[in-house]
Design a protein around this ligand. Structure first.
Ligand code: G6P
Length: 319
């Protein structure tokens, strides 16, 4: 690569140090949007639009210190979502040190995006004691030219003993919202969900868009691939698109639970909402040599534009 080309690459992808000297990668796009990814957890901790406005929530009490996962951004839950299973809550990928993947296998489509980073997680000997499988988890984080944030996970079973493995997964996305009581989620109405606050009992959501006035911890099942999160006060809509991840988790701890979480401010629940592309109800099983792929794409657009885009009826009604 010529030094000019290298300089251009550096303009899109910068390797540096973040909080507590942890390795961090900053992605930048020409129009001014940016994203930050920590190798600790393979975790996106910042996503800013072209005006420099932060779109993800990270707690002011986040510790950025192993073994605690970073509270905010987009932790990766693997190989277990939640506490159902033999592993620690949400699995271990979120508190492991990932590496830069210097030679990732090619993607079928080459989109021409320049601001991206490839990370990889493989089990250490210690990890093999708690989950006795060999795998390669490749994560590509891409910032598109329009400021969209795309995460693609490719997980391959590299067991040499002929054994399959099974996992659940989530992109535990903490969106920054102005005021949770003014937020509406569209795309999950009328769906079945498992309520984590009621021992994962199954219910059916009502016909209205979802709003928030108390603690919520639900796993919506077999959802559409597109979900919209409308922040009325900021007139901003997040659009979450997903692929390979049938479920969607929605979580806000509200005031009481917030106080019980040590790395979360008492009032911070007002400014965040987790909407997570996930695969929880039906775990994924991979045979040796098999690979699974799961994608989440986020964009943030002015509300009026997006509502219309999502629901043609609303455009017709002028709503
Ligand atoms: O505190 P954490 O382990 O990061 O989990 C935070 C939350 O994550 C998910 O959204 C779960 O559905 C919740 O039950 C859990 O409380």
């Amino acid at each position: 690569m010529s030094s000019g080309a290298r300089e251009r690459e550096k303009a899109f992808v910068e390797h540096c140090k973040g909080a507590n000297g942890l390795d961090k990668v900053v992605l930048r796009e020409v129009r001014g949007s940016s994203a930050e990814v920590y190798l600790y957890g393979g975790q996106v901790t910042s996503w800013k639009n072209e005006y420099g406005e932060e779109l993800l929530f990270v707690s002011s009490k986040a510790t950025f210190k192993s073994p605690k996962a970073i509270r905010g951004g987009i932790p990766i839950c693997f190989p277990q979502f939640g506490s159902h299973g033999s592993l620690e809550q949400h699995g271990f990928a979120r508190n492991r040190f990932w590496s830069i993947d210097l030679d990732p296998p090619p993607f079928p489509t080459n989109s021409g995006n320049k601001a991206f980073i490839d990370l990889i997680l493989k089990p250490s000997e210690e990890d093999s004691k708690i989950w006795s499988h060999r795998y390669e988890f490749r994560l590509r984080v891409t910032l598109g030219p329009g400021g969209d944030l795309m995460l693609t996970s490719r997980i391959r079973n590299t067991n040499t003993d002929g054994k399959s493995f099974t996992f659940t997964f989530a992109y535990h996305t903490y969106l920054f919202v102005t005021d949770i009581s003014e937020v509406r989620v569209e795309g999950l109405e009328t769906l079945d969900y498992l309520d984590n606050l009621k021992g994962r009992e199954r219910f059916t959501e009502q016909g209205d868009a979802i709003t928030f006035e108390s603690e919520v911890d639900k796993i919506y099942l077999s959802t559409p691939t597109k979900i919209a999160i409308l922040d009325h006060e900021r007139k901003r809509t997040f659009v979450l698109r997903k692929d390979g991840l049938p479920d969607a988790v929605v979580w806000n701890p509200w005031d009481k639970k917030a106080k019980a979480i040590s790395d979360f401010g008492d009032d911070e629940y007002k400014h965040m909402l987790c909407v997570e592309a996930a695969c929880v109800e039906k775990p994924i099983t991979l045979k040796p040599g098999e690979e699974w792929k799961g994608r989440q794409e986020l964009s943030a657009v002015p509300s009026s534009y997006c509502s219309g885009q999502l629901d043609p009826c609303k455009v017709l009604q002028g709503g």
